[in-house]
Each structure stands twice: as C-alpha cells, then as structure tokens.
Write a protein that binds this ligand. Structure first.
Ligand SMILES: [Zn+2]
Length: 336
C-alpha cells in the first residue's frame, strides 16, 4: 500500500486505463465511473485524483499535496454528495460546483470534483452539470460515480469518458474483508460469495450481523446465475449442517416469502411504476404464485426434521425450474 492505487484492491483494468491517460497527459474533463453498489467506485475516483495532485504523479501518500488530500484540506478538491435528509442532489449544489470550477486553482494546476451517487441528480441538476461539461474550464476534471448510469441524461452521458468497474474475484474480496472486518474465514467466504463481486457489499453483509446476508441469500434464490448445488454451502460459509443452518434457512425463506408477497400484491393491483421488488417485477402472477407455494412448502419442511441443507438445495432447484419455464414460455410467446 505504497500509493493511492495500491490502497484500492482489484480493478486492474480501470487503474491501467487511468495510468495510461495520465501518462499521455490527455485527460478528459469528465469521467463516468459505474458498476454495482460497493464495487469501490468512489475510492478509485479519489485515488485517481490524488495521483493528479501528487508531486510525482504516483499518489505517493507522503508528499505535501498527498497529505493535504488525505487530510481533506487540499484546496482544489470538491466532493458533491447527497445532503442529509434529502433524496436528490440539488441544483444549488451543482450551481455552486460550476462557480467553484470557474475560479482559478488555489494551490495546484487543476481542480477536481467527484459527484457521488450521480444518479440522484434530477433533470435540472443534470442540466446544470451539462453546462459545466459543455464549457469545461481548462483546468477542471469532474468524475461522476454511479451504480445506475441509465439514470443520466444522454446529453450528459455522451460528454463523459466511461469506465466500468466489474466484480472482484474471490481472492481480492477476501483481501478487502481481512483488512476491514473481524470474522471467521468461513463467514468471510460466505459474505464474499453473496456479494456479487462487490467488496463494500461483502463488508456490509458481515457488519450487518447476518440480516444483510439473509436478504442477499433470499434474492439469490430467485437468481438463475446462482447454481442450485452448493447454495447451502454458500449460505453457511462451507458448513452446511446443524441448527445454525436451520435457523438461517428459516429466515431466508421468511424474507423470500415477504419479497414475493409484496411483489405479487403489487402485480395483482397492476402497479407498474416503482415495483416493490424490481427484480421480481417481470414475473407473471402465475410464476409469483408458484414461487410463493414453493416457499411455503419449504417453510413447512424446515419446521419438520428434514435436513435444512436438502430443503435449501431442493428449493433452489425447483425455483430454477419455474423461472426457467417462465422464460421459455415468454420466448415462445414472443416468437408468435
Ligand atoms: Zn504524493
């Protein structure tokens, strides 16, 4: 960890992209860093900016600008984030940012800003940002960070250089977890497996003392990408036996039932805008109904003596089957 990029685990491609443009000194005035929640987008954006300000360009962490950057006292950095109690990044925040950008750098040869959770800018705020992107000050670099790039206007999108942060592999996830949380290796491996390659999510799952993990595991029941075999190992961190797994399995099934029931009620009422469970919203009433029945069966089996491992695995297999069937029906229907 001898540099700002060294502090960010994984994301080799994105780092070499940023190193490359830094070498050529052709640095765009706007970037869009996107990828799932918890991937490390904000950290990477900060690490890149630290390199831009660093005396030797490496983000050395020890030169005076690097130290001021880490202490939050560097005069040429701004971070725009959601204000407490608000649901949107306001147009005033963007106006202030534009004004700040048009003043000369205070101590460096450029000014840099990050807009975190950029999808939370409404249309007005985005249009204000657009003005900044259309007439960027020669010394400005702005990085938008978002898990939902579709929420940005095309006009904003097209003025940004896009960088995608993909999932981290297991080894990298474990490195992040070992550095940030205290847990057994088995629990860390389970959290990593449920995190979809997002270290921030894996950390949350562990710090949330189980409830985050249970929710993730419930969502994974409906996910065709998660294999049926080994699902219980994933949930239990490699120890798929005993009373502990039974308790976990019960809670997973309860949460999954709640999710299906919420979506079923909304679908029956014909509510299409802002569905309660977006990942289940494309399912028909029939599939949701079948899923609910499967989950009720599983809840019953978990109250009996059936092994929780076989209940979870067979639930996952049967869930796969009905989701798969529904997809095929949709495809056949679509070809007519
Ligand atoms: Zn430095």
């Amino acid at each position: 960890m001898t540099s700002s990029f060294g502090q960010v685990v994984g994301h080799k491609n994105a780092k070499s992209f940023f190193c490359g443009i830094q070498e050529t000194e052709r640095i765009a005035s706007g970037f869009l860093l996107h990828g799932d929640r918890g991937r490390g987008k904000f950290l990477l954006a900060r690490a890149f900016i630290q390199r831009l300000f660093c005396d030797d360009g490496t983000g050395c962490l020890t030169c005076p600008p690097c130290k001021r950057f880490d202490a939050g006292t560097h005069g040429d950095v701004q971070e725009v984030t959601l204000m407490p109690g608000k649901s949107r990044i306001s147009i005033d925040q963007l106006r202030d940012l534009r004004e700040w950008f048009h003043r000369a750098p205070y101590e460096a040869n450029r000014r840099c800003a990050i807009v975190d959770e950029a999808h939370l800018m409404g249309e007005e705020a985005q249009n204000s940002l657009l003005k900044l992107l259309e007439e960027p000050p020669a010394h400005g670099v702005i990085i938008l960070v978002t898990e939902n790039p579709q929420a940005l206007l095309d006009t904003v999108h097209s003025r940004l250089q896009t960088v995608y942060l993909g999932p981290l592999d297991l080894e990298d996830l474990m490195t992040v977890l070992r550095g940030n949380v205290e847990a057994t290796d088995a629990d860390m491996a389970a959290a990593a497996a449920l995190s979809n390659g997002s270290p921030g999510v894996a950390v949350d799952i562990i710090l949330d003392e189980g409830s985050g993990m249970i929710r993730e595991a419930a969502f994974r029941l409906f996910d065709l990408k998660t294999l049926p075999f080994g699902y219980s190992e994933m949930v239990s961190g490699g120890r798929p036996t005993g009373a502990e797994l039974r308790e976990k399995a019960k809670r997973i099934v309860e949460v999954a039932l709640e999710l299906v029931s919420q979506q079923l009620a909304a679908t029956v009422r014909g509510e299409k805008d802002s569905p309660p469970v977006p990942s289940l919203a494309p399912w028909s009433v029939d599939i949701l109904d079948d899923a609910q029945r499967l989950l009720l069966d599983a809840a019953g089996s978990l109250r009996s003596n059936t092994s929780p491992r076989s209940v979870l695995e067979s639930l996952k297999i049967r869930m796969h089957r009905i989701i798969g069937q529904a997809r095929r029906q949709k495809t056949v229907g679509g070809n007519r």
